[in-house]
Write a protein that binds this ligand. Structure first.
Ligand code: SF4
Length: 264
């Protein structure tokens, strides 16, 4: 991240004997991707924030689970970096806040989103929805699109997969529908775990009934992050699971389409 005028202003104030330092809003930033094409429309600047209360069995970013996995970064630095890419992303793209679970740092998210909107950028929030109660009106007012990961359709399955309850995510989905916030639903298809067609059908019916789900992305399970589990001495339970076949992927997409949704 580039140095900011803010940082030099602080050091100037200190050297001139002014000890009071203005309150600084900082967030734990894991990493950034400057030309993302998979996390929202167009070319995205993706800000990966550290910290996540879920423990998804298929997680390919276990290196984002703890806040301290990232670097404590002033919001001004984040916005300065985003601003340096503004020319590329303003016309066709935007900024996506991802993680981890970005809403772990809701206050920081809010400030970043406000800054992005002030720069005229499209904004997306990539979330599991588990902490949706932390996304207040002010935060959502600066979000153009929510990428909502609903990781399983039944409460039992959701808990088995993530270690937490499904209910908060469903509530968040309903809250977003109530304010007609655009949502792209994401569903990771894991053979033997999230491929029950009855459960998917009930999720599709629920999603279609919301009225604000613009599209559904059915994402094939992959094992690209498996080495990160091993590196951390974590027990990776999906070692023997293979990615879904094209046929199964298509069947699941058709299940969403049959409910009237656009599915990719
Ligand atoms: S919500 Fe995302 S970051 Fe958190 S455990 Fe699940 S896949 Fe990993």
């Amino acid at each position: 991240m580039p140095a900011t005028n803010f940082a030099s202003a602080c050091s100037a104030a200190t050297s001139s004997g002014v000890s009071a330092r203005p309150a600084l809003l900082e967030g734990w930033v894991h990493s950034t991707e400057t030309f993302g094409t998979a996390d929202g429309p167009g070319i995205r600047y993706v800000l990966f924030l550290s910290g996540c209360p879920l423990r998804c069995q298929y997680c390919h970013n276990p290196d984002t689970w703890h806040r301290q996995d990232g670097t404590l970064t002033p919001v001004e630095d984040v916005l300065a970096d985003i601003g340096s890419y503004r020319g590329f992303i303003r016309a066709n793209g935007g900024v996506t806040l991802s993680g981890g679970e970005p809403l772990v740092q809701a206050r920081f998210c809010k400030a970043v989103l406000q800054g992005c909107k002030a720069m005229g950028l499209h904004t997306a929030l990539d979330t599991s929805g588990y902490l949706g109660n932390l996304a207040d009106d002010e935060l959502l007012a600066n979000v153009d699109l929510v990428l909502l990961d609903i990781k399983a359709a039944s409460g039992r399955r959701y808990h088995q997969l993530t270690g937490v309850e499904l209910k908060p995510t469903i509530k968040f989905a309903e809250d977003l529908a109530a304010i007609n916030k655009a949502v792209w639903l994401r569903y990771v298809l894991v053979p033997g775990l999230t491929d029950n067609l009855d459960e998917i059908e009930s999720l599709a019916t629920f999603a279609a009934g919301l009225g604000n789900v613009e599209r559904v992305d059915v994402l094939p399970f992959h094992k690209l992050g498996e080495h990160k589990w091993r590196d951390r001495g974590l027990d990776y339970r999906l070692e023997r699971v293979e990615p879904p076949s094209q046929e199964l992927l298509e069947t699941v997409r058709q299940t969403f389409r049959a409910a009237g949704l656009l599915a990719h």
